[in-house]
Design a protein around this ligand. Structure first.
Ligand code: CP
Length: 316
């Protein structure tokens, strides 16, 4: 693997999945591949899981880890080629990416959507500047439109908990007080399309994801209908793609409740976290035996470890 920013960077998902499950059993078996290698983890936005699980994954492989909260601790980076830098930005991405590439063998970047300019966000402007100017592999730690390390962990979790060959998986919109990016649901859809599941998306009118991403997937605005006989409910808020960045915090009838979960086939509850309790999902659902949110978060380590090892070995 040369980089990891989308499911399209994975040639053989089954092999990567097998590797992640092997690493879960024997996390320290491949330390020789990371010895004397360094990963730099650059965060333009906050994180708990991605930061800690990727650090743990790299350390399990024997790597040195450098972490920087770029927005707080670094110079403001100019992303425009040819910019006259007489305003707020102090350092150009050409130098920043070039310098970090001399210190690191792999660079991870977290850079969220602005939710102001759809075209800029969907062009993945910042991530692509790192890919363009770095001389080492780039790993997405969540970009403007995708979160592949999260989705890979979700695939691992579904594989571990499914009881039928092709489970029914429902991606459900849920309310949230603030506008959130489409990265997690976009990515989840892309990865589910590569895995053996029956995927259904349910969201309020006006909240369809990009048609390019959801092509071939059933979308319904009837949440109860979608939940019937589901094996997995994956809850997530996302802001509108069509009315870019708009949200609907008052649609509290979309909260995932025990009543709605009772429509499923003893379905498992999933969420990428962090989650707003009693807004996105009620306490009794997330605290129930059917909630596998902590198992998902645990699999973030082995998803990241399989990806980093594949890059270090240039496999998968
Ligand atoms: N799910 C996820 O990416 O969590 P963090 O934002 O805490 O990294």
């Amino acid at each position: 693997m040369k980089k990891f920013t989308t499911v399209n960077d994975v040639n053989n998902l089954n092999n990567l999945l097998k590797l992640a499950l092997e690493l879960k059993q024997t996390p320290f078996a491949y330390k020789q591949y990371g010895e004397n290698k360094t990963i730099g983890l650059l965060f333009f936005n906050p994180s708990l899981r991605t930061r800690l699980s990727t650090q743990k994954a790299a350390e399990n492989l024997g790597m040195n880890v450098m972490i920087m909260n770029v927005s707080q601790d670094g110079w403001t980076i100019e992303m425009e080629d040819g910019a006259v830098m007489n305003q707020g930005s102090q350092e150009h991405i050409k130098e920043a990416a070039g310098v970090i590439s001399q210190y690191c063998d792999i660079i991870g970047v977290r850079t969220f959507a602005s939710l102001k300019d759809k075209s800029e966000d969907y062009q993945e402007k910042i991530l692509n500047k790192f890919i363009q100017y770095a001389t080492v592999p780039i790993v997405s730690l969540e970009s403007a439109t995708l979160h592949p390390l999260q989705s890979f962990a979700d695939v691992i979790t579904i594989k571990e908990h499914k009881t039928t060959k092709t489970p029914k998986v429902v991606l459900s919109w849920a309310p949230h007080p603030r506008a959130l990016p489409q990265a997690v649901p976009n990515s989840f859809v892309e990865w589910m399309k590569r895995y053996d599941v029956e995927l259904i998306i349910t969201n309020p009118e006006g909240f369809n994801l990009s048609a390019e991403i959801t092509q071939g997937v059933t979308i319904t605005h009837n949440q109860d209908e979608a939940f019937k006989n589901a094996d997995f409910i994956y809850a997530k808020n996302w802001s509108s793609y069509d009315n870019y960045g708009e949200t609907a915090p008052d649609l509290l009838n979309w909260t995932i409740t025990q009543e709605k979960m009772s429509l499923t086939k003893n379905g498992k509850f999933m969420h990428c976290l962090p989650v707003r309790r009693n807004v996105v999902v009620t306490d009794d659902v997330i605290d129930s035996e059917n909630s596998i949110v902590l198992q998902q978060a645990n699999n973030r380590t082995f998803a990241a470890q399989a990806v980093l090892l594949s890059i270090l070995k240039n496999e998968n």
